[in-house]
Write a protein that binds this ligand. Structure first.
Ligand code: NAP
Ligand code: MG
Length: 482
């Protein structure tokens, strides 16, 4: 298959599109109907070796000499090219991962925003001068780590590539990107657009393949100086162990079990779209999905009734039909989510959405499912489901709400719906999360807003200006001149 005008079976190494060294390929499936879409490279440790060498060469050559202002211009041009190709990118993503077209288009626009944001920021990351002893001049330099490894999942390929590769390139690192086996078409398209934007050879290399092969080779490579990983907790632990062997920093973004707290004084009309959308967007396959809705007992029945009404109107179907919910990314993921729903067999299903009648039986569809009166310690309220499933949990007072909200191993995002300003400020401090939203959820994506978690949600921050610090290392220079 052609992606823009490149071959879907190729890797980008040192500015050249080339077949994987082993010649081995992998099939890529369309989860809307289970058909094979195309084939992609099964990158191996040898391809990773070549990509890391190409990145190293870029750091010794043209890319090292590219000024911050010029890096910014290249990223800005790349953002413009992404915008011009929004529809093609959205079509590719919809077919590859089953994302409804409107949501896929939003991801492409977000990818462009990351390039604009980091393009604009590239020459605005400054060091400091530090007053010191008489006769000294002391200053700091923010330098790139060197070769950065980017291991990306299938749920938001464009956004996650945008946030990590964008910040890494803005700060002058040379990147090796390993997209997810199940979602690599937009990664290839993005890389081709980067070439067209004038990014020097080797500054961005892309090696598709399996996690246990290309991904493991990248995370263990001794010449990789920083690893950015988004995905499961289990693989995140492997990445951190691999990084420990080489003593290199890692950014881990491992998902969550993010709550929205609805208090007795909440404006339910304002809250309702956020309560539901934050759970079912991208079929719930969102690290910052809000899968737990905590409701004060005085508003509990009202919230269950209102959310149930919304759920009954939700439709799941093929991505190109652009309904509320697409298929899950794969049959494997569908089975995992169905397993969770089966584990709730003794609970009350408040409402379910509909899988449209003409959705192919070979697609990976799961009906959006809302559980009521779930105990906070039930697996449905503790584990990341990564599907269109939400649970509603009642609480008695603010202390109990905070205890339930903080009572999982995760800590990515939380939100509070209350008009009480003092309560808003208290909860913003008490909730264990990397982002807290007050009377909203997700703030429309927020390219500008630092993002990341605590606990099993991971560590390190991406997005916003903060990411530029993570992708650089600080050097202190002290000159004694008398
Ligand atoms: P995953 O296995 O963690 O995959 C994420 C990325 O890591 C993919 O590029 C994957 O490659 C790669 N990978 C896998 N094994 C690796 C290894 N040993 N060394 C280096 N890289 C490796 O996630 P998944 O299997 O796609 O999804 C499983 C669960 O993870 C989901 O149900 C969900 O709970 C969670 N998840 C979270 C996020 C998030 O945004 N936080 C995103 C996706 C999934 P391949 O896929 O090509 O093998
Ligand atoms: Mg696919």
């Amino acid at each position: 298959m052609k992606i823009l005008d490149i071959d879907s079976t190729h890797c980008l190494i040192g500015g050249r599109w080339q077949a994987p060294l082993s010649g081995e390929l992998l099939p890529l499936f369309n989860p809307s109907d289970g058909t094979e879409l195309c084939q992609i490279a099964r990158g191996s440790a040898d391809d990773i070796e070549a990509a890391v060498s190409a990145a190293d060469a870029a750091l010794a050559g043209e890319w090292r000499r590219t000024t911050a202002a010029e890096r910014g211009r290249i990223l800005t041009r790349l953002g413009q090219l992404v915008l011009e190709h929004t529809d093609e990118l959205a079509q590719l993503e919809a077919q590859d991962v089953g994302k409804p077209l409107t949501q896929a288009r939003a991801d492409a626009v977000a990818l462009a925003r990351y390039m604009e944001f980091y393009g604009g920021a590239a020459d605005k990351l400054h060091g400091q001068t530090i007053p010191y002893l008489d006769g000294y001049t002391v200053y700091t330099l923010r330098e790139p780590h060197g070769v950065t490894g980017h291991i990306v999942p299938w749920n938001y390929p464009m956004q996650i590539i945008g946030r990590s590769v964008g910040a890494a390139l803005a700060t002058g690192n040379a990147c090796v990107l390993k997209p997810a086996e199940e979602a690599c078409l937009t990664a290839l398209a993005f890389a081709e657009l980067a070439v067209r934007a004038g990014l020097p050879a080797g500054a961005l290399n892309v090696v598709p393949g399996l996690g246990a092969e290309a991904g493991a080779a990248l995370s263990h490579h001794p010449c990789v100086h920083h690893i950015s990983f988004t995905g499961s907790v289990a693989v995140g632990k492997l990445i951190q162990k691999a990084a420990a062997e080489n003593v290199v920093p890692v950014t881990l973004e491992l998902g969550g079990k993010s709550p929205q707290l609805v208090f007795d004084d909440a404006d339910l009309d304002a809250a309702l779209p956020f309560l539901v959308n934050a759970g079912i967007q991208n079929a719930g396959q969102t690290c910052s999905a809000s899968s737990r809705i905590l409701v004060h007992e005085s508003r509990y029945d009202e919230v269950v009734t209102a959310m149930s009404a919304k759920y009954r109107n939700l439709k799941a179907g093929p991505a190109l039909r652009d309904l509320n919910v697409g298929p899950l990314v794969s049959q494997r993921q569908k089975e995992i989510v169905e397993g969770f729903i089966a584990a709730g067999h003794d609970l009350e299903i408040a409402a379910q959405g509909e899988i449209v009648a003409d959705a192919p039986s070979t697609g990976a569809y799961v009906a959006p499912t809302l559980f009521a009166k779930v105990s906070p310690d039930h697996s449905l309220a503790q584990d990341e489901i990564f599907g269109p499933v939400q649970v509603i949990i009642p609480f008695r007072d603010e202390d109990e709400a905070v205890a339930i909200a903080n009572g999982t191993a995760f800590g990515l995002v939380a939100s509070c719906w209350t008009k009480d300003g003092a309560r808003q400020m208290r909860l913003a401090r008490k909730l264990r999360a990397g982002q807290v939203f007050l009377n909203n959820y997700g703030a429309g994506g927020g390219v500008e807003l630092p993002f990341g978690g605590t606990g099993l949600s991971g560590h390190g921050r991406e997005k916003g200006f903060e990411a530029l610090y993570g992708f650089t290392t600080l050097k202190t220079v002290a000159a004694l001149h008398g």
